[in-house]
Ligand binder design. Structure first.
Ligand SMILES: NC(=O)c1ccc[n+]([C@@H]2O[C@H](COP(=O)([O-])OP(=O)(O)OC[C@H]3O[C@@H](n4cnc5c(N)ncnc54)[C@H](OP(=O)(O)O)[C@@H]3O)[C@@H](O)[C@H]2O)c1
Length: 299
């Protein structure tokens, strides 16, 4: 009998890619969503949809009933450890066998950013619960560049407070395929493993701009800006202060070289190298054009 996998964060970037990666696999897919009216696309793909809110422990038990595996993704924010705790508790109460958790690169109690420190709390909690577990710690998502699509389409430039940082950035599709691999393998195979997932090379944003330019057939330029300028821009877009502070902490860490590394873990799990920035740029070129961004695909 196929196993039922509960996917949290099912409308977001990583879990959407995971659902795609699991399509056709011998697994029953169930999605936890806050707003069922926004989950029509999931039902059409044969995913069973359950309403639940990770902020509200009482809303969770029905979604976890009869589930063998949980893909646990918590949104960024100060309540992330509570969200993870609520999910892990619901999983334990329901007799879930395995939890595969999305953490973050460099998660640790002494990480230089709040997201890394909060994820470390939840990673440690999961490790101690007695269920089988695997933790994925991906590096900076190439898909974060889609936040710059509007500026790139309009001006051929993008501005980040990342100075000359080098980052071993990863395509989200590879994170999703690694998660699918783990979820489809026997639960014992990856139990107790923490996998740090990166792309194939560590890149500066000048190099990223060059690759975007090649894919788009136009010049793209990276314009480094200071923390204050970036903060003002993000606050202007309505990004919550907590997130702006978190992003600034990451930017400072990356600018000091914290993210300048790669691992061979993706290749080890998938038997092929991870996607390169050139692949990301080619496959997402339309998103960086004005036709797409003016239709609502940009920032
Ligand atoms: N960006 C990076 O470079 C990076 C790198 C490594 C790790 N990460 C980690 O990746 C995670 C974010 O993944 P993502 O980018 O795929 O997220 P995302 O696109 O922002 O999506 C977040 C998902 O969580 C759901 N959600 C939000 N609040 C919820 C709640 N209270 N209860 C239930 N569901 C809720 C959202 O559903 P709605 O549709 O209801 O809003 C959405 O499906 C974070 O844990 C972050 O630390 C990010």
């Amino acid at each position: 009998m196929s196993r039922t996998v509960l996917i949290t964060g099912a409308t977001g970037t990583v879990s959407t890619a995971l659902i795609e990666a699991l399509e056709g696999a011998d697994a029953g897919l169930r999605a936890l969503v806050r707003d069922e009216s926004r989950a029509g696309g999931l039902s059409e793909r044969g995913v069973e949809v359950f309403a639940g809110d990770l902020d509200d422990a009482r809303s969770l038990p029905p979604a976890f009933e009869g589930v063998r595996d949980v893909w646990l993704l918590t949104p960024n924010g100060p309540r992330a450890p509570e969200n993870s705790m609520n999910a892990v508790w619901a999983a334990r109460q329901a007799g879930v066998e395995r939890v595969v958790r999305l953490s973050v690169v460099g998660a640790a109690h002494d990480a230089p950013n709040r997201s890394g420190r909060l994820h470390a709390l939840s990673d440690q909690e999961l490790e101690r619960w007695g269920m089988r577990w695997t933790i994925l710690r991906p590096h900076w998502f190439m898909q974060n560049l889609l936040n710059e699509a509007g500026d790139i389409a309009a001006t051929g430039t993008f501005s980040l407070n990342l100075a000359a940082a080098r980052i071993g950035m990863i395509d989200v599709r590879d994170i999703a395929e690694c998660a699918a691999r783990v979820l489809l393998d026997d639960p014992d195979r990856h139990h107790g493993e923490t996998y740090t997932l990166t792309g194939p090379r560590s890149l500066t944003f000048d190099e990223v701009a060059e690759q975007l330019g090649l894919a788009l057939g136009r010049s793209v330029t990276y314009l480094p800006v200071g923390d204050d300028a970036k903060r003002k821009t993000l606050l202007g877009y309505g990004v919550p202060v907590w997130i702006v502070d978190m992003l600034e902490e990451y930017a400072q860490a990356y600018a000091s070289g914290w993210g300048d590394f790669t691992t061979d873990t993706v290749a080890g799990l998938l038997g092929r190298p991870p996607r390169d920035i050139a692949d990301f740029a080619r496959d997402h070129a339309a998103a960086f054009t004005s036709a797409f961004t003016s239709a609502g695909g940009g920032k």
